[in-house]
Ligand binder design. Structure first.
Ligand code: UT7
Length: 328
């Protein structure tokens, strides 16, 4: 860490948007060969939201973005970069991000989608931070938005009970820093991927391979087996890069796939359970949206405050995984 003056990407506001329809485990029992108890015990999930007619990834993303801008006290004309992390775009192209841009009335800067499945938000924060610290952008909307309900095989009980729809957004703004870990902003980020694991979590369709959209396929037990080791590896990298430790964190905001993975990861690194933000019970696994949905919940209820040290991490299809430490 240097003490030279530098630019930081600082969180100015967060926001979230969920579909209107909430679906409980008991609701799913009526159409899927499952039980509320199995879902709750194996995953910690109790509810998820499912997009209805007229609700798409871009409408949810736009809703979350508008709330994040309002929370930041900014209007859309401040934004010069939009990144939407999604594996469920409205269309193959144009990018969902350009549709969010148009819906917000923004006609300058750049907008693009980023595809890293459940790790998408950590990837998008990392990319936006690079744009900001190099001076390419001054105000970025970083959005995780998904409608996984549209790529689920509702006859596959091993996957369809796990996922939900939603969007979360974060405004990152350029601000001067000192180059030390006392600065506000994204302090460090670490991304990894290993494409050899494709078969464990993938969608069996796509424009080039099949000309179809396809359905999500997952060997849950195999993903679970890798998840804890992978996320704790990158979290360890984030601690090493900053000299920070688990005790320094105020909040741990992990990807919300399974409560057992979250708890095991926190325990392995000695993170106090009281510091874990969990929304998996409320939203299910919303892929790239899960971290910003959790961040928005914890900011809105007053847990995360300016100056707090927040660790985010995720792991998902690819495999991809990553972690970042942000001073709020
Ligand atoms: O976000 C991207 C990353 N994704 C993840 O992190 C997901 C990681 N994986 C997981 O969270 C867990 O592996 C699952 C929640 C998907 C599954 O939990 P598990 O403890 O690994 O269960 P399992 O796959 O070993 O299945 C246990 C049993 C099986 O029955 P048998 O073979 O033991 O008789 C399944 O058939 O549970 C059965 N089962 C179900 N039972 C009722 C599977 N799905 C269901 C269901 N309802 N929905």
């Amino acid at each position: 860490m240097t003490t030279d003056k530098c630019i930081r990407a600082v969180v100015a506001g967060v926001g979230s948007c969920l579909p209107v329809r909430r679906v409980t485990n008991a609701d799913l029992e009526k159409t899927v060969d499952t039980t509320s108890e199995w879902i709750a015990q194996r995953t910690g999930i109790h509810n998820r939201y499912i997009a209805g007619e007229g609700e798409t990834t871009s409408t949810l993303a736009t809703g979350a973005a508008a709330k994040a801008l309002a929370a930041a006290g900014l209007t859309a004309d401040a934004v010069d970069l939009i990144i939407v992390a999604t594996a469920t775009p409205d269309y193959t192209f144009p990018a969902t991000a350009t549709q969010v841009q148009a819906a917000l009335g923004i006609t300058r800067g750049a907008a693009f989608d980023l595809q890293a499945v459940c790790s998408g938000f950590v990837y998008a924060v990392t990319v936006a931070e690079k744009f900001i610290v190099t001076g390419s952008s001054t105000c970025a909307l970083v959005i995780g938005a998904e409608t996984f309900s549209r790529i689920l095989d509702w006859n596959d009980r091993t996957t369809c009970v796990l996922f939900g729809d939603g969007a979360g957004a974060m405004v990152l703004q350029a601000a001067p820093g000192t180059g030390t870990i006392a600065d506000r902003g994204v302090l460090t980020s670490h991304l990894r991927s290993d494409g050899r694991h494709r078969e464990k979590l993938y969608v069996d369709g796509g424009p080039s391979a099949t000309g179809t959209v396809g359905h999500l396929r997952m060997s849950g037990r195999e993903v679970f087996r890798h998840a804890v080791g992978m996320v704790t590896d990158v979290m360890t990298d984030a601690f090493a890069a900053t000299g920070l430790s688990a005790d320094d964190l105020d909040w741990f905001v992990p990807h919300q796939a399974n409560e057992r993975i979250i708890d095991a990861s926190a325990e392995k690194l000695g993170i106090d359970p009281a510091k874990i933000v969990k929304t998996v019970a409320l939203h299910g696994n919303t892929s790239a949206a899960s971290i910003p949905l959790a961040l928005a919940a914890a900011v809105e209820d007053g847990r995360i405050k300016a100056g707090d040290l927040v660790m985010i991490e995720a792991m998902g299809g690819g495999f991809t995984w990553g972690a970042a430490i942000i001073r709020w």
